[in-house]
Design a protein around this ligand. Structure first.
Ligand SMILES: Cc1cc2nc3c(=O)[nH]c(=O)nc-3n(C[C@H](O)[C@H](O)[C@H](O)COP(=O)(O)OP(=O)(O)OC[C@H]3O[C@@H](n4cnc5c(N)ncnc54)[C@H](O)[C@@H]3O)c2cc1C
Length: 536
C-alpha cells in the first residue's frame, strides 16, 4: 500500500477529513488538482451545528478570532422570511461569518500542523478496486502515476470524478431558469441606513443588511461584511443569455429589474481579488449511495443543492467528522461490523433534510402572486415559537437522531452532546475543550467516578474523564433537536450523570444515575463494543 487513505480534493471537506484522520492516527494523502488555492470565494459563512463542532476541534477561535465560546444567532432567515430566534430558550442556530477562502486557509494550516501530506497539482483521473485495495490513477506535475490505498474518499466537489468513476448515481433536478449575480461593490455612504446598517434605496425604501429581500421580480441582498468590500447579490427567474464575463453594469441592470429603481453601485476599493460572478441555473442532487466498496464520498461530491441559507459546509464538514473516525477504526482493525456503513445510514438522511429545506426555500422566494400568498401564510406560522424552533433545528442540521442500538432509551442517546460546563481538579472546563483530540470519550460525572473501571478493555481507544457538573441545569438541554421522526418533540430536560461520546460528539450511551447499577454498566459495555469494537 502506498497510503491508508487517499482523499481526492483539497477543498474544505477534503482538508477537514484529512485532519480528522490524522487525529485518529491515520496518514492520508490529499490529492488536489489545483496547483495553488483558489482565490474565488464561495461561502460567506458557516450556519448551524458545525460552528460548535469546530469549537470542539479548537478551530472556532482560529476562524472567529474570538476566544469566547460560540454564541447563538439572535436572528436569521428562512426563504427570505425573518426568523426571530431571541425567544428560544436554547436557540440551536449558530453562525460564523467567515469567507470560505479563510476557512480553507485555516484548515490547510491545521492539516499541515498535523502532518498531512497534500499534493497540489495532482488530479485523480482513474480508479479501480478489489477486495483489499483501491488503485488511484493520478496525473501529476511530473506525469502519470498510481497510488494503492486501503480506501479512497472522493471530496472532489459536485462534479466529482471519484463519484462518476465508481458508478455512483447522482439523481436529482437541474434547473436552468434562474440567474444569480454577485459582486463586491462600493455604495454611496449616504445610502447606508444608520438604523439597520442596510441600504436606504431612493424610491424604494430600506433594505436591511445580511437578509434576502424578495420582490415580485426577484431577490436582492446587501452584505456589508466588516473589513471586506460589501457584496450585492441578485437572483432573477429567467434563463441566462449572457455569455461574456459579468460586468458591474449587468448587476446594476439586474438590481433595477428586481427593485424597480436605480441603485448607484461603484467598483470596490482596494486591490482585491474582487468577486464578479454570474451563476446560471442550479442543481439539487444526492448520491444514491455514499459508498462503493472501498470508495466513499463526502461533501459536495455526495450532495449539491441551492446555497440559500448557507447549509453546504454545515452538512459537508460534519460528514467528514462522522466518517473520519469510522474509517480510522477500519484501518486500525478495531471497527466493529457495520461501522463504516453507518456513515451513509446516518449522514444521507441529514443531506435529504437539506435538500428538502433548500428546495422549500427556493419555492418561497420565487416570483408570483401564489408564492406571495404562501409567504404570508408561512410568516403567520413563524409567529409561533414551536414553528420557529422547528425551522431553527432544521437549519442547524441537528434534527436527526442517530440510531444507537437496543439500549438507546436515554433522551440524549443518538443526539449531539450538549456543551456541558464542568469542574475538574485542574479547574473549570467545557465539554468542547475535552473533545479536541477527536477520541471517544467516557465523561463520568457520577458520585464515585467509578465508570472508568468498565474501560480497561477499551482504554487504548476510549478516554475516561471524571468531572463535576458546574451548571447542571443550564447546560444540559439536548440542543440538537427533534428525533428523525419529525414531530415527536424535543427530549426531556435532563442532567446526565455520565455520557459516552463518539468522536463526532454524538452520545452513544448516557445515564442519569449518580450511582449506576450493574444493568447500566452492562449497557455501557454493550455501547462500547457496538461503537468501538470488542474489548482488548
Ligand atoms: C455561490 C455559492 C455560495 C455558497 N455559500 C455557502 C455558504 O454561505 N455557506 C456554506 O456553508 N456553503 C456555501 N456554499 C457551498 C460550499 O461552497 C460547498 O459546500 C463547499 O465548497 C464544498 O466543499 P467540498 O470540499 O466538498 O468541495 P469543493 O469546495 O468543490 O472542493 C473540491 C476540491 O476538489 C478538487 N478536485 C476536483 N476534482 C478533482 C480531481 N479529479 N482530482 C483532485 N482534485 C480534484 C477541486 O479543485 C477542489 O479544490 C456555497 C456555494 C456556492 C457555489
Amino acid at each position: 500500500m502506498s497510503a491508508d487513505v487517499v482523499i481526492a480534493g483539497g477543498g474544505p471537506n477534503g482538508l477537514m477529513l484529512a485532519c480528522e484522520l490524522r487525529l485518529a492516527g491515520v496518514r492520508p494523502v490529499v490529492l488536489e488538482r489545483l496547483p495553488a488555492r483558489t482565490t474565488e470565494n464561495r461561502a460567506n459563512g458557516l450556519v448551524g451545528q458545525v460552528v460548535r463542532m469546530l469549537d470542539r476541534r479548537g478551530l472556532y477561535e482560529r476562524l472567529s478570532g474570538d476566544p469566547e465560546p460560540p454564541r447563538p444567532a439572535p436572528h436569521f432567515m428562512f426563504g427570505a422570511l425573518p426568523l426571530d430566534l431571541t425567544a428560544l430558550d436554547d436557540n440551536p442556530l449558530y453562525t460564523l461569518p467567515v469567507p470560505q477562502l479563510r476557512i480553507e486557509e485555516v484548515l490547510e494550516r491545521r492539516a499541515a500542523e498535523l502532518g498531512v501530506e497534500i499534493r497540489r497539482g495532482h488530479e485523480v483521473v482513474g480508479l479501480s478496486q478489489d477486495d483489499a485495495s483501491v488503485t488511484v490513477e493520478i496525473s501529476g506535475p511530473a506525469g502519470a502515476y498510481r497510488l494503492r490505498a486501503r480506501y479512497l474518499v472522493g471530496a472532489d466537489g459536485g462534479h466529482s470524478v471519484t463519484r462518476k468513476l465508481s458508478g455512483i448515481g447522482f439523481p436529482g433536478v437541474t434547473r436552468d431558469d434562474t440567474v444569480s449575480r454577485t459582486a463586491h461593490v462600493t455604495v454611496p455612504a449616504e445610502l447606508v441606513d444608520p438604523g439597520t446598517g442596510g441600504l436606504d434605496v431612493p424610491g424604494y425604501g430600506v433594505v436591511p443588511p445580511f437578509t434576502h429581500h424578495r420582490t415580485e421580480r426577484g431577490l436582492f441582498a446587501y452584505a456589508p461584511f466588516p473589513a471586506r468590500p460589501a457584496l450585492v447579490t441578485t437572483l432573477e427567474w429567467e434563463p441566462s443569455v449572457e455569455q461574456a464575463p459579468m460586468t458591474l453594469d449587468e448587476l446594476r441592470g439586474s438590481v433595477r429589474r428586481v427593485l424597480g429603481v436605480d441603485l448607484p453601485l461603484d467598483p470596490p476599493a482596494g486591490t482585491g481579488p474582487h468577486l464578479m460572478r454570474r451563476l446560471a441555473g442550479g442543481n439539487t442532487r444526492l448520491a444514491d449511495r455514499y459508498r462503493e466498496g472501498r470508495v466513499l464520498l463526502a461533501g459536495d461530491a455526495a450532495h449539491v443543492h441551492s446555497a440559500i441559507g448557507g447549509p453546504g459546509l454545515n452538512l459537508g464538514l460534519q460528514d467528514t467528522v462522522n466518517l473520519g473516525w469510522k474509517l480510522a477504526a477500519e484501518i486500525h482493525g478495531w471497527g466493529p461490523p457495520g461501522l463504516l456503513d453507518s456513515y451513509e445510514s446516518e449522514r444521507r438522511p441529514v443531506a435529504q433534510r437539506v435538500v428538502m429545506h433548500t428546495q422549500a426555500q427556493a419555492a418561497l422566494i420565487a416570483p408570483g402572486a401564489e408564492v406571495t400568498a404562501l409567504r404570508e401564510l408561512f410568516a403567520e406560522l413563524l409567529g409561533n415559537g414551536d414553528a420557529v424552533r422547528r425551522v431553527a433545528d432544521l437549519m442547524a442540521g441537528g434534527d436527526i437522531r442517530y440510531a444507537m442500538g437496543p439500549g438507546d432509551t436515554h433522551p440524549l442517546t443518538g443526539r449531539w452532546a450538549p456543551d456541558l460546563a464542568l469542574d475538574r481538579p485542574s479547574g473549570p472546563v467545557r465539554l468542547a475543550e475535552l473533545t479536541r483530540g477527536a477520541r471517544p470519550l467516557l465523561l463520568d460525572l457520577t458520585d464515585d467516578a467509578s465508570l472508568a473501571k468498565e474501560l480497561p478493555g477499551w482504554a487504548d481507544r476510549v478516554d475516561a474523564v471524571a468531572a463535576r457538573p458546574r451548571r447542571p441545569a443550564a447546560g444540559t438541554t439536548a440542543d440538537s433537536g427533534t428525533t428523525a421522526d419529525v414531530g415527536s418533540g424535543r427530549p426531556a430536560h435532563r442532567s446526565p450523570a455520565a455520557l459516552l461520546l463518539r468522536p463526532d460528539c454524538y452520545v452513544a450511551w448516557a445515564t442519569d444515575s449518580a450511582r449506576p447499577g450493574s444493568g447500566e454498566r452492562e449497557a455501557l459495555r454493550a455501547a462500547l463494543a457496538r461503537w468501538f469494537g470488542a474489548a482488548a
